[in-house]
Design a protein around this ligand. Structure first.
Ligand code: NIG
Ligand code: FE
Length: 419
């Protein structure tokens, strides 16, 4: 039996009981830790943990042992909103924005999502897989051990399927947990500019059934926003998805508040993501806690748009989650360490709140919190071992540095030079 024994940890962080699947409101500040502790993994799972004062009956020379003195052991980061499968960067648009154009102006000129779609459609599937695989390896190196990836740069039946097949290959090829989301309603493709009903019909009548039939997606997403898809269109798509077992995870309130949040909550969406622009009715809709608000501070940082009001969401009792939004247009970084720093610095989340949001709650935002997101006996042994640091708050405080010394996925130490 493959065993890994971690001993002398400064603390095990996020030792939630298995009954806790997410934390909301005031409870987000409760991040359980076990000081001066050990943890045992067997066959990819956490099988025991405890304080060094009552260590396990183990001969360290007989099993693979890591001495974590001075270091914290955390659950690997869970990143529940990414667009990591894409053909190419959009650094020319980055320079256009420095020169004064807005994200929306660039999109209106045919840049943005349609620019990415044009490049992805002509790229060979093998090449798309290789490029995406390299990006995911880079994210693992930065401590991400569970990940959601969306389609949405295909915008045709053939190319959306191509993206989802690439995500399936990533699931098969890499040791981390990956969830796939169908985002065919990311933008209206040029071919349908004068007939949006036909595109919605294509998604509802052909793409969703085929994707479900081939087992290619776990969730469905819609970009519900002025100039993209309306609330009514989002509801039609969520209904068609949920009828075939795809739970909703939707883009809402990035630039405007048009009623997407109350509608998505009523439709039973698993998460509502972005939330940079919020109205009173949006907070009210989320206070029940059934839908997870997922905040993407790297997008606000990169586009210079407002940061989501995390404090107000927490005060209203919501279970806030964090994600990178990794994509070539609005957040070209898959670094969750930076997201956790931004959450503390810009969203004014406490380090404990940000860490719960980037582990347990973000696992819940992709329906994975029974498997990952905390240091709990029975869960997957997906772990971060930090560099030596004086306190847990030092991790988000030292923004932009690499806080991680080792990453363990499914009980296996990842060779960080190799990925
Ligand atoms: O989450 N807002 C919509 N989708 C992405 C950006 C996509 C792009 O610009 O390529 C986002 O920010
Ligand atoms: Fe996004």
């Amino acid at each position: 039996m493959a065993k890994l024994y971690i001993r002398n940890a400064k603390a095990l962080v996020g030792t939630h009981p298995s009954s806790v699947r997410s934390v909301a409101g005031d409870r987000m500040a409760d991040l359980p830790v076990l000081n001066d502790a050990w943890l045992l993994c067997e066959d990819g799972r956490i099988t025991a943990l405890g304080p060094m004062s009552s260590g396990p009956d183990i001969d360290p020379s007989a099993v693979q042992t890591i001495d974590a003195a001075g270091r914290y052991v955390l659950p690997g980061w869970c990143d529940p909103h990414t667009h990591t499968v894409f053909a190419a960067s959009r650094d020319a648009e980055f320079v256009d924005r420095i020169n004064g154009l807005s994200y929306q102006e660039i999109a209106a000129r045919g840049g943005g999502i349609l620019n990415s779609a044009a490049k992805l459609r002509v790229m060979d599937e093998g090449e798309l897989f290789e490029r995406s695989r390299q990006r995911v390896l880079g994210m693992i190196r930065q401590g991400t051990t569970a990940l959601e990836i969306k389609s949405g740069y295909g915008l045709s039946e053939e190319s959306e399927l191509k993206m989802l097949r690439v995500i399936r290959r990533l699931k098969e090829d890499l040791p981390i947990r990956i969830k796939a989301t169908l985002l065919a309603a990311h933008a209206l493709p040029k071919e349908y500019a004068s007939d949006r009903q036909a595109y919605l019909d294509l998604i509802i009548k052909r793409i969703i059934p085929r994707v479900v039939d081939e087992g290619l997606a776990d969730h469905i997403d819609v970009f519900c926003e002025t100039n993209y898809f309306t609330v009514h269109e989002m509801l039609r798509l969520l209904e068609a998805g949920s009828a075939l077992g795809l739970a909703g995870k939707v883009h809402v309130n990035q630039f405007t508040s048009i009623g997407g949040i109350p509608a998505a909550v009523t439709a039973g969406a698993l998460s509502v993501d972005h939330l940079e622009v919020m109205e009173e009715e949006d907070y009210t809709a989320l206070s029940g806690g059934s839908t997870i608000p997922t905040l993407l501070p790297s997008c606000s940082f990169f586009l210079g748009i407002p940061y989501a009001p995390a404090r107000r969401l927490i005060a209203s009792g919501a279970p806030v989650a964090l994600a990178t939004d990794h994509n070539p247009g609005s957040a070209p970084s898959g670094n969750m360490n930076f997201v956790v720093s931004l959450a503390c610095i810009k969203l004014r989340m406490l380090p404990e709140e940000a860490m719960n949001a980037a582990t347990l709650n973000s696992a819940a935002a992709m329906a994975l919190s029974d498997e990952v997101g905390s240091l709990t006996v029975g869960k997957r042994a997906d772990l971060i071992i930090t560099r030596p640091m004086p306190s847990l708050a030092y991790l988000p405080y030292a923004f932009g540095t690499v806080p991680i010394e080792q990453v363990i996925v499914h009980g296996q130490v990842i060779d960080l030079n190799d990925v």
